[in-house]
Design a protein around this ligand. Structure first.
Ligand SMILES: Nc1ncnc2c1ncn2[C@@H]1O[C@H](COP(=O)(O)OP(=O)(O)O)[C@@H](O)[C@H]1O
Ligand SMILES: [Mg+2]
Length: 266
C-alpha cells in the first residue's frame, strides 16, 4: 500500500510543527515503519533537527525538487541516522520558491507529483510546513491525505485557526477533495496551570474526537534535542516529551488499524 501522507500544518510559528514532524516520524520509524519526512520550511529546522543541516541529496534539496523538472524523486532523498527514517532536506534557497512557484505550471501540485513517485517506498510521509498559508503550505495540503494540526495550549491557540480551516475547505473544493483532518494535537501543555487545562478543554470542546488523546507536555528535552541534531525520542527516550511522542505514534497506528484507510489519489 502506498504511504499515507500527512501534512503538519498551522500557520502560527512556534506551536510544535517541526518538533512533532521529527519525533512522530522517528517514533514510527523506531516502531518498524518506513518513514519519509519532507522539510518544506525555508528555516530548515527539521533538516538540522535530524542532524543534516547543510546536506544536499544527489538531486539537491526540496527547493530543486519543487522548481526543476523532477524526474526520479529518489534523488532528493537522504538517509538519516535514525533507522528507517529518510529526509528530503531543505535549505535557505526555499525562501525563493514561494515566489518562483507562482509562474511554474501546476504550481500547487508540484509536491504531489514529487511524492507520487516516492510513496510506494514508504509507509508514512510527513511534510513539515512553514508558518504561513502560502504556496509551500498549499503544496503540502494538495499532496497530503490528511493534515495534522498541532495547537499549543496557550490562550490564543484557536486564534487564526479559522484561516487554516477555510484554506482546508478551499483545497478540498478544488485541488484535493479527499483531504482530511488526521487529528489535532495538543502541544506544550503545562498541566500545573489552570490556563493550560482550560485551553485543552476548550480545544476538545471545539474539535471533539478529532483531538488526539495523547497530549504533548512542555518538556525541556524536546527543546534541547534539536541542538544536538538528534530527535528527542532518541536523545532522551525516557523523557516525558519523548514518551509522549512515542505514545502518539502508538495512538496513530491504532487509529489506522481501527479505521483502515481508503485509497486516495496518487
Ligand atoms: N513540547 C515542547 N516543550 C518544550 N519545548 C518545545 C516543545 N515543542 C517544541 N518546543 C520548542 O519550541 C520551539 C518551537 O517549536 P517548533 O516545533 O519549532 O514549532 P514550529 O515548527 O511550529 O514553529 C522550538 O525551539 C522547540 O524546540
Ligand atoms: Mg517549524
Amino acid at each position: 500500500m502506498p504511504a499515507r501522507i500527512l501534512a503538519v500544518a498551522n500557520q502560527k510559528g512556534g506551536v510544535g510543527k517541526t518538533t512533532t514532524a521529527i519525533n512522530l516520524a522517528s517514533a514510527l520509524a523506531l516502531a518498524g515503519q518506513r518513514v519519509l519526512v519532507v522539510d518544506l520550511d525555508p528555516q530548515a529546522n527539521l533538516t538540522s533537527g535530524v542532524g543534516l543541516k547543510g546536506q544536499t541529496a544527489p538531486g539537491g534539496t526540496v527547493y530543486h525538487a519543487l522548481t526543476a523538472d523532477v524526474g526520479d524523486g529518489r534523488q532528493f532523498v537522504l538517509a538519516t541516522n535514525v533507522q528507517g527514517l529518510s529526509l528530503v532536506p531543505a535549505d535557505r534557497n526555499l525562501t525563493g520558491a514561494e515566489v518562483e512557484l507562482v509562474t511554474l505550471p501546476e504550481r500547487e501540485a508540484r509536491m504531489r507529483s514529487l511524492l507520487a513517485g516516492l510513496r510506494d517506498g514508504f509507509d508514512y510521509i510527513f511534510i513539515d510546513t512553514p508558518p504561513s498559508l502560502g504556496l509551500l503550505t498549499l503544496n503540502a495540503l494538495v499532496a497530503a491525505d490528511a493534515v495534522l494540526i498541532p495547537l499549543n495550549c496557550e490562550y490564543f491557540a484557536l486564534e487564526g485557526l479559522a484561516d487554516l480551516v477555510s484554506t482546508l475547505r478551499r483545497v478540498r473544493a478544488s485541488l484535493n477533495p479527499s483531504l482530511d483532518i488526521a487529528g489535532v494535537l495538543l502541544t506544550m501543555h503545562d498541566e500545573r496551570t489552570n490556563l493550560g487545562q482550560q485551553v485543552a478543554r476548550d480545544i476538545r470542546a471545539f474539535f471533539q474526537d478529532r483531538v488526539y488523546q495523547t497530549v504533548i507536555p512542555r518538556n525541556i528535552r524536546l527543546g534541547e534535542a534539536p541542538s544536538h541534531g538528534v530527535p528527542a525520542v532518541l536523545y532522551d527516550a525516557k523523557s516525558k516529551g519523548a514518551e509522549a511522542y512515542t505514545a502518539l505514534a502508538r495512538e496513530l497506528l491504532a487509529r489506522e488499524a481501527a479505521a483502515p484507510r481508503e485509497q486516495h489519489h496518487g
